[in-house]
Design a protein around this ligand. Structure first.
Ligand SMILES: Cc1cc2nc3c(=O)[nH]c(=O)nc-3n(C[C@H](O)[C@H](O)[C@H](O)COP(=O)(O)OP(=O)(O)OC[C@H]3O[C@@H](n4cnc5c(N)ncnc54)[C@H](O)[C@@H]3O)c2cc1C
Length: 453
């Protein structure tokens, strides 16, 4: 008889909860450990002083996100998805230029006709590339210069890349821009190329809660405020986890879903070479002030900033696609700044960030009325977006680790796709198959041993 494998999962973000859902659906007995008092991790909610629940960081679901859409259908929450036509603009030298269709694109003032044509060609070239491996050894700068030319690079791409990577981007492969151009194009539906963005009512937490209910119905457990202190490893084999209070819980398999450097801190007994490989995986961090406003700012979903004097990389107004009635009638504007490893920005106090951000917001929107700010909230995270260098695919951490019965399902394994709810939950489904296939082999061997005896 094959027993239900007992699996401990660390992390209650989209990865951990999706993994718990897919594993428990196939009969595994899962327990999920989440350190914080709420589920969702980066995609989790916060509550404003008046009790309104909003996303801590901005999150859009695209109409092309098939996995999330199918998952919502399977969980009976598909009717909670809302999509809306949205607008995108570019901020350039004091003005916002709409960039929603080919006509607006061709009118973009900083570029001459030839440059505009070449910018269009860049977007088009990305759509035709199916074998991303060919881009892995080409730097993003080299690729953008080749297709878009020097003017487009200097006026558009260079300031955007500089802002996104908080400085240098020499080692960034062309796959980075390719994945973005392909994803953004996928939001444009139909012949009129209208951009559709959406959300679940309540945010991603609605999906996470629906999966949590199913995990529990399948006999699993989801524990909040339960940080795992250590993964117990004996003779290169994981046997369980140790909690902050010293309690040890044994498992057939342990899966970690956090970012690689956080995982590394939990496996002090693992081989030093494996630990060193994990700490080499680098991540962008983020400082993301959220302005809760009583009036809309611009009505655009995203304004890309092609001026690197501004500290924030974009102006993201999620109430361009979330009906304000779902978020207390407010208008939500996020002003994110991605930070490089070791960036000075992360050492600045909240007061400093607030002052600098408000000064720059005023410079960008001279008519902005600060009295429309109901709340100004600053959220930060150190490990947000994994950074992949040139030709690094083969050195990425794998789901199956060198430690027997220990698995890692983490965003750094998602490449070249962008890390978002769609790709993370899809990756969790694939990781669940790997974890179970190893499990089954072990079980079958054990069964064969019993039969032989
Ligand atoms: C600014 C920003 C904007 C984004 N925009 C979008 C978007 O528009 N659309 C989209 O789909 N995605 C978006 N994303 C991406 C998306 O949020 C992430 O890809 C996804 O949430 C990652 O989930 P995860 O489970 O892998 O990691 P995390 O969310 O980081 O989850 C890891 C969890 O592990 C827990 N944990 C850590 N240590 C321990 C421990 N020792 N014991 C127990 N638990 C522990 C943490 O508390 C956390 O809950 C955005 C992310 C950011 C930051």
């Amino acid at each position: 008889m094959i027993e239900k494998p007992k699996i401990g999962i660390i992390g209650g973000g989209i990865m951990g909860i999706s993994l718990g859902y897919f594993l428990s659906k196939q009969g595994a007995a899962v327990t999920i450990y989440e350190a914080s008092p709420v589920l969702g991790g980066l995609a989790g909610p916060i509550h404003l002083e008046d009790g309104t629940q909003v996303d801590r960081f901005y999150h859009a679901i695209l109409s092309s996100d098939r996995h999330v859409s199918d998952l919502c259908r399977e969980l009976g929450i598909h009717d909670q998805l809302r999509f809306k036509e949205t607008k995108t603009g570019f901020y350039y030298k004091g003005a916002i230029y709409p960039m929603n269709n080919i006509i607006e694109f061709l009118k973009f003032p900083p570029l001459g006709w030839i440059d505009r044509f070449r910018l269009g060609l860049t977007v088009l070239a990305a759509q035709f590339i199916k074998d991303w491996r060919s881009l892995e050894s080409v730097s993003v700068q080299e690729w953008l210069l080749k297709w878009g030319g020097r003017n487009t690079f200097q006026n558009i791409w260079r300031p955007m890349l500089k802002a996104k990577f908080d400085g240098g981007f020499d080692n960034v492969p062309a796959t980075w821009i390719w994945a973005r151009l392909v994803r953004m194009k996928s939001t444009r539906e139909g012949a009129n190329q209208k951009e559709m963005a959406g959300h679940l009512i309540g945010g991603y937490i609605t999906l996470i809660q629906a999966m949590t209910e199913k995990i529990k119905a399948n006999g699993g457990q989801v524990l909040l405020k339960t940080p795992v202190k250590e993964i117990v490893i004996e003779d290169d084999k994981a046997t369980g986890i140790r909690l902050a209070n010293g309690e040890v819980v044994n498992y057939d398999k342990v899966v970690c879903t956090m970012q690689a450097p956080i995982f590394q801190r939990l496996i002090s007994n693992a081989a030093p070479a494996y630990q060193a490989a994990l700490t080499r995986t680098e991540y962008l961090g983020i400082i993301a002030p959220l302005l809760v406003l009583t009036r809309p700012l611009t009505g655009n979903w995203t304004i890309n900033i092609t001026d690197d004097r501004f500290p924030f990389t974009g102006v993201i107004e999620t109430t361009a696609y979330i009906d304000p009635k779902y978020v207390g009638g407010y208008h939500l504007v996020y002003l994110p700044k991605y930070t490089a490893p070791g960036s000075d920005w992360q050492t600045k106090s909240d007061e400093e960030i607030k002052r600098i951000w408000l000064e720059n917001l005023k410079a960008m929107f001279p008519n902005f009325d600060p009295s429309t700010i109901k709340y100004f909230l600053i959220h930060r995270e150190r490990y947000v977006e994994p950074l992949h260098g040139l030709n690094e695919t083969d050195s990425m951490p794998q789901v199956k680790t060198p430690i027997v019965n220990l698995f890692l399902a983490t965003t750094a394994q998602i490449y070249p796709a962008l890390t978002n709810g769609e790709s993370v939950s899809r990756h969790a489904r694939e990781a669940a198959e790997i974890i179970l296939s190893v499990q089954h082999r072990h079980m079958q061997q054990a069964d064969a041993a019993v039969e032989t005896a």
